[in-house]
Design a protein around this ligand. Structure first.
Ligand SMILES: [Zn+2]
Length: 112
C-alpha cells in the first residue's frame, strides 16, 4: 500500500488536530466537574432543608438576589475584579492578598 497526495487530502481518515482533541477533552472534564458540583449542591441543599426551616422558595429568592447583585438577571454570579479594604475603605485589585494602602490582609471570597 502506497501513500499518495490524495491520502493527504482525504479527511475521512484524518486525525483531528491536537487543539480539537484538547478542546473536547477539556469540555468532557468541565462537564464531569459541573455534574459533580451539581450533585454536591443538591446534597448540601438536602442537608440544609433537613436541618433548618428553609424551603425551596427561600433558596430561589436568594439565588435571584445573588444573581441581581450586578444589576443583571442573567443566571450568573458576577465576577468582581476589585475589593474594598475593610480597614481604610480604599479599592484594591483582587490580585493582591493585602491592601496596598494600609497593609490589611484580605479575606478571600470562597466562591470567587
Ligand atoms: Zn486598606
Amino acid at each position: 500500500m502506497s501513500f499518495s497526495d490524495a491520502d493527504l487530502f482525504n479527511n475521512s481518515h484524518a486525525v483531528p488536530p491536537r487543539r480539537s482533541f484538547n478542546s473536547e477533552s477539556n469540555l468532557r472534564d468541565l462537564e464531569l466537574r459541573v455534574n459533580k458540583l451539581e450533585l454536591i449542591a443538591e446534597a448540601l441543599w438536602e442537608i440544609l432543608k433537613k436541618e433548618t426551616h428553609l424551603q425551596e422558595a427561600d433558596l430561589i429568592e436568594l439565588i435571584s438576589e445573588i444573581d441581581l447583585r450586578d444589576g443583571k438577571f442573567d443566571g450568573k454570579k458576577a465576577k468582581t475584579t476589585a475589593v474594598r479594604c475593610v480597614k481604610c475603605d480604599r479599592m484594591n485589585s483582587k490580585r493582591h492578598s493585602k491592601c496596598l494602602y494600609c497593609g490589611e490582609v484580605f479575606l478571600l471570597d470562597p466562591f470567587e
